[in-house]
Design a protein around this ligand. Structure first.
Ligand SMILES: [Zn+2]
Length: 154
C-alpha cells in the first residue's frame, strides 16, 4: 500500500478493526518514510455466480434496476427502491458467504418487494419462480391473500 502523502511504496499496519457491520476491515497505517498516518479499508467482494458459470461482483444498483422494472407504473418511490436495495444487500451479506448463486439474489428480493408492492412482487416472482401458467399466478395470489396480515378491525 503506497503512502498517500509521499508515495513511499511501503507502510506499516498499526491497528486493524472490523467495521460495525462486519463487512469490512479498517487498518490504521503509518508510513516509515514520512511518518504520517492514514487509514485503509478492505471489503470482501461479494460475488454472484450466474448459471453460465460466470461470476461478477454483487451490484446493489443492478438489484434496484431489476426491481424498478417490476415497479413500473406502481406508486413506489426511488427512496423506497434504495431502501429495498440496502435490505437485500444486508440480508445477503449477513449469510457470510463470499459467493452466492444469482437466483438467491432474486429470492432475497422477493420478501422486501412483497412488503413494498404486491403487484410488483407478482411481476418479479413470475420471472424468478418461472410462472408458466395462470394457475401459477392464482396459487401465488392465493398465498398472498392467506399470508397477508389481517387489517385492524378484521
Ligand atoms: Zn509517506
Amino acid at each position: 500500500m503506497h503512502c498517500p502523502f509521499c508515495r513511499h511504496a511501503d507502510s506499516r499496519v498499526i491497528d486493524s478493526r472490523s467495521t460495525e457491520d462486519g463487512a469490512a476491515i479498517r487498518r490504521r497505517r503509518t508510513c516509515p518514510a514520512c511518518g504520517r498516518r492514514f487509514t485503509t479499508q478492505e471489503t470482501v467482494l461479494l460475488m454472484v455466480g450466474k448459471r453460465s458459470g460466470v461470476t461478477e461482483p454483487f451490484s446493489r444498483e443492478k438489484v434496484i434496476a431489476g426491481v424498478r422494472r417490476a415497479c413500473q407504473g406502481r406508486p413506489v418511490t426511488e427512496d423506497a427502491l434504495a431502501k429495498l436495495g440496502q435490505r437485500v444487500e444486508e440480508s445477503i451479506r449477513a449469510t457470510g458467504a463470499a459467493e452466492i448463486p444469482a437466483h438467491e439474489v432474486g429470492l432475497a428480493i422477493l420478501g422486501p418487494l412483497r412488503e413494498l408492492d404486491e403487484v410488483a412482487y407478482l411481476r418479479f416472482a413470475s420471472v424468478y419462480r418461472s410462472f408458466e401458467t395462470l394457475a401459477d399466478f392464482e396459487a401465488e395470489i392465493e398465498r398472498l391473500r392467506k399470508e397477508r396480515a389481517p387489517a385492524p378491525g378484521d
